[in-house]
Design a protein. Sequence first.
Lengths: 204, 200
Amino acid sequence: MSLQATTSQTVGPYFQIGLARFYIDDLTGPGVSGDAIEIAGRVFDGDGQPVPDGVIEIWQADAQGKYAHPEFLEELESIQKNDAPAKEHIDALRRLGAFRGFRRVPTQADGLFRFKTIKPGRVPAPDGTLQAPHIDVSVFTRGLLRRLVTRIYFPDEPSNVEDFALKLVEAGRRHTLIAKKSRDGWLEWNVALQGKDETVFFDS
Amino acid sequence: MYLPHTLSEVTGPSFDSSAIDVKASDLTRQHHGEPLGERIIVSGRVLDEDGRPAAHTLIEVWQANAAGRYRHNVDQHNAPLDPNFEGSGHTLSDEHGNFKFITIRPGAYPWRNHYNAWRPAHIHFSVFGPAFATRLITQMYFPGDALLPFDPIFNCTTEEKARNRLISLFDWETTLCEQALGYRFDMILSRRDSTPWEKS
């Protein structure tokens, strides 16, 4: 059986009333290991104007490169049930419910968004290599028929040069996916919806 | 540009039942009084393109009230707010992908896109499904709505069949005698590439 996927429609201007309950900007804290980081940036439209009514969602692995994904955890369990350290890690993830890898934050009047997280570990790529640490991002705003999908990579990360996804991107545009270190230690990563420095967006 | 799915795209967030407010799927019972308008029951299934259910997945909805007004500070339409209606709710699908909301049929509302622009009645739906790749936000419409042919947003979906699948179906099976009309709205999530735990 093959069904046709339901088509996407814009979130419109009033998504706040529907999506605010699951705004999650910080899940660092006791029991979540890894380097805590804060990522902030702004969403701009094609004229360079801030987008005050967008919403950003992220999905990422934990510091050990494990996704808090139910099927993945079960598979890990069945493969590695005799591997005590792996089992311990899985149990820890379960117990936590803690590091779930998801955040959702709205943009503010000046297009600004920010969230706290931990730097993710490396996860496998389809070609058998390891991907550089990255965060998957969805951007929703009024006027967009469907979400935009992109990624955040980290500055000063040697594995960026061999990353499966970054290698697919034209060299001159890769910088749009890599956060910049600010003086105060947080990371800056902006989204340009259109224009000459448009962020790289992926179809998938 | 095209990015083949990696582990990052074939996995996705899940939400524990402890995060869910069980009362949030009945939008008519969020206040002491009852909201004005026509009570409806919107139910359906969330499936993938192979017909497999998306179990225990988070579904969020938001909508205007019966008068066509959103409870949002940007909405300046001069229709009344309803003190007994928030217009938002959420639920988890069950193990077969089934979900159900009880709500009020939303009114049409003017949106100033062009002269005399009115949006047909609609409910916004947000669904996660099993993976980052399956994330979907869409809108559900009502059968027979005279505004549908004129709505630029509904008609953004250029393929007629795909567009018409955004229109819910009136459903006697879920219509409750002297209570509420039933509408069915199934959502089909896009495909994710084969997942590491299915390759064996």
